[in-house]
Design a protein around this ligand. Structure first.
Ligand SMILES: [Zn+2]
Length: 339
């Protein structure tokens, strides 16, 4: 099972009907509203992906196995994580028309970030002995989004193992800002201008033809055309190399943002080599099939946020982009344990 399986609109619609109980017409209306909200910057399929995400309908293969917290996506089931307890909150009893019971929660973190764990009913008893600094392993949790934050919920079938033997987590207790070297996962709606090292994950809802520009092959700075030759300020007349930039819109259900990807990052998103990308320079008509391939796929990107002054909007400049693949993450984790 690898990266992303493309799913047609009809299939998504069927899943929403079966799993959420929406009618075909309701789905159609929601999709059209989403398309309109994004000023047409989204395919119907892309919009359906987002709506499925919003309802927690999982369109990808069932994923299980231990994950880093930053790789947890809303809608995942049977999730396994290992983390250090950072805070334990009070168990609350509730009584509504529909049901009554208990709910409790605590916060854990691994080296990639924090996540809240939510327990229901008798499961809350497991929290009694929990203390800050303990290592816990969660098995069989499912991921929900609550006010834009991901939470791992544990039902009766899920396990909470306290201080599992031989397991450690690389987070120091004292440092609350201990994730500085790691990108912090954020919702797009929570991004702000000063974010220098953040990670987003969302669906590609639009992609634009890459733009190419001539650079000096030695210093990679822009080479300017003078009559029929190119010149670098430092290196004089040169036969230019090419750099490029690819812009895509990514939507995570909270908002969407333009993600700017320069050469190598563009290669990652396009899953192409530089030579393959350069073919698009002379044959831009080839891009429409590339675009179709990109739309509706979920990517994870880390980078920084900048303000585009001309349009008065935020943009995300990606330093690294990947198609999340839990299998690989799992292998990586296993490899680390062996070391
Ligand atoms: Zn140069």
């Amino acid at each position: 099972m690898v990266d992303i399986i493309k799913i047609q609109y009809e299939q998504i619609s069927k899943r929403l009907q079966q799993e959420v109980g929406l009618t075909e017409q309701q789905i159609e209306e929601k999709v059209n509203a989403k398309v309109e909200q994004l000023s047409g910057l989204i395919s119907k399929e892309g919009a359906a992906h987002i709506i499925a995400n919003e309802y927690g309908v999982k369109l990808f293969e069932q994923q299980s196995g231990k994950l880093q917290i930053s790789n947890i996506l809303s809608g995942m089931r049977n999730v396994e994580v290992l983390g250090m307890v950072r805070a334990v909150y009070e168990v609350r009893e509730f009584n509504t028309e529909k049901r009554s019971g208990k709910v409790g929660s605590f916060l854990i973190a691994d080296e990639t970030g924090p996540v809240r764990i939510v327990l229901w009913g008798n499961q809350t008893d497991l929290m009694r002995d929990l203390k800050e600094g303990f290592i816990v392993k969660i098995k069989g949790g499912y991921v929900k989004e609550n006010s834009g934050r991901k939470e791992i919920h544990l039902n009766e079938r899920a396990d909470l193992i306290i201080n599992p033997p031989g397991e450690t987590v690389n987070v120091s207790l004292s440092s609350s800002g201990s994730y500085a070297s790691q990108s912090i996962r954020k919702n797009i709606s929570d991004l702000n201008e000063n974010d220098a090292n953040v990670e987003i994950a969302g669906t590609i809802v639009q992609a634009f033809e890459p733009k190419f520009f001539e650079v000096c092959p030695q210093c990679k700075k822009r080479a300017r055309q003078r009559e029929d030759s190119f010149h670098c300020e430092a290196h004089g007349q040169v036969i230019p190399d090419y750099s490029y930039v690819l812009n895509v819109f990514v939507d995570d259900g909270t908002d969407n943002i333009r993600v700017v990807c320069f050469s190598q990052t563009a290669d990652q998103i396009l899953k192409k080599t530089k030579d393959e990308v350069l073919l698009l320079k002379d044959s831009p008509q080839l891009f429409s099939s590339v675009q179709t391939e990109l739309l509706g796929n979920v990517i994870k990107a880390s980078g920084r946020v900048t303000k585009n002054a001309m349009f008065d909007r935020l943009e995300f400049v990606a330093r690294n982009a990947t198609y999340p693949d839990p299998e690989t993450e799992l292998q990586k984790l296993k490899a680390e344990v062996v070391k």
